[in-house]
Design a protein around this ligand. Structure first.
Ligand code: 13P
Length: 340
């Protein structure tokens, strides 16, 4: 297949109007923090066991079309020796890979961050493809303050996302472009919407300049919500602000927008996605690419005990199902906690 046919096939396998993406690509530091919350040590075997359990959840492929893996997971196997990317593909879930190498301060832009990892990216993508990865993810983060993101932060981060996306497409790998506007702080929903809109405009300007084909990428943005230190906004308001900004900044050629959860609770993220899908018809699929909002109940159910693997799988499947319903605009909070 040509590079272009590869990209087309991957988008067709991942975007079908009813499924989303499981983000299971926590870096070594982040997964250690998540395991800490349940008192489990982050050993290679614990990570393998937990992620293997998630990926082999029976029926997950009904609600999830892609999974983002961390590099280590790409090379791990399940208990019977099957590589984990194969376990996922066997369920109709396309395996993908986080390719950025973390972030640090952006010199010249106090308070802003920049992500590392462009050097040698094409070679790394070739080796990830051999292990089964068909899409990639790169995250830039934008802290919000009265002065952040700065004009330099907006430009530099957009440039990184566009350069990464262009390299991915040249290798036949679909890029997930993730500009995460952080929820930390006491900013208003208006400020969050303003920053998100500005970020997306800059990102799409850079994507155009770098010749990225919008038809063969997925956008993974934050929703417009008030900062974590403020009272939560009702889902209808989150949906309205988010949709207004998306319509202003995101071209209709983008096939799918898969939101991150970014610190929203599982039920909150699902309710917000549902409200978005209850608004007027959008030109893009509005879906999920949640990490914490899909995994939190599964992690708690597992608690580091191998006997709890099936309970963790049940919790994951339930969240995935509810988010599938949210994509259809058919979620209701009365469905929470029900066993059917
Ligand atoms: P959260 O949904 O937990 O924010 O994770 C999504 C993700 O992939 C962050 O890069």
């Amino acid at each position: 297949m040509s590079v272009s046919e590869d990209l087309q096939a991957t988008i067709a396998d991942m975007v079908d109007g009813r499924r989303g993406i499981l983000a299971a690509d926590e870096s070594s530091g982040t997964i250690a923090k998540r395991f800490d919350t349940i008192g489990v040590e982050s050993t290679e075997e614990n990570r393998r066991f937990y992620r293997s359990a998630l990926l082999s959840t029976e029926g997950l492929g009904d609600y999830v079309s892609g999974v983002i893996l961390f590099e280590e997971t790409l090379g791990q196997t399940d208990d019977s020796g099957t590589p984990l990317p194969k376990v996922s593909a066997a369920q109709g879930i396309v395996p993908g890979i986080k390719v950025d190498k973390g972030k640090g301060p952006l010199p010249g832009a106090p308070g802003d961050m920049i992500t590392y990892g462009l050097d040698g990216l094409a070679e790394r993508l070739d080796s990830y493809r051999e292990l089964g990865a068909r899409f990639a993810k790169w995250r830039e983060v934008y802290p919000v303050s009265p002065t952040n993101p700065t004009p330099l932060g907006l430009t530099a981060n957009a440039e990184m996302l566009a350069r990464y996306a262009a390299v991915c497409q040249s290798c036949g790998v679909v890029p997930i472009v993730e500009p995460e506007v952080l929820i930390d702080g006491d900013h208003s929903i208006e400020r969050s919407a303003q920053v998100n809109e500005h970020v997306w405009q800059k990102v799409f300007d850079a994507l155009h300049r770098h010749g990225v084909q919008l038809e063969f990428m997925i956008l993974k943005p934050s929703m417009a919500t008030p900062g974590k230190a403020c009272a939560k906004a009702p889902p209808e308001q989150v949906a309205e602000y988010t949709m207004r900004c998306l319509r202003r900044a995101v071209p209709a050629a983008v096939p799918s927008i898969n939101f991150l959860s970014g610190g929203q609770g599982p039920e909150e993220a699902t309710a917000n996605l549902n409200a978005l899908n209850q608004l007027w018809q959008a030109p893009w699929q509005l879906s999920f690419s949640f990490g914490r909002a899909l995994q939190e109940p599964a992690l708690a159910a597992w608690a580091g005990e191998s006997a709890n693997g099936p309970a963790a799988q049940k919790a994951l499947l339930q969240r995935a199902h509810l988010n599938h319903l949210a994509m259809l605009g058919e979620y209701d909070e009365s469905l929470e906690g029900r066993d059917d």
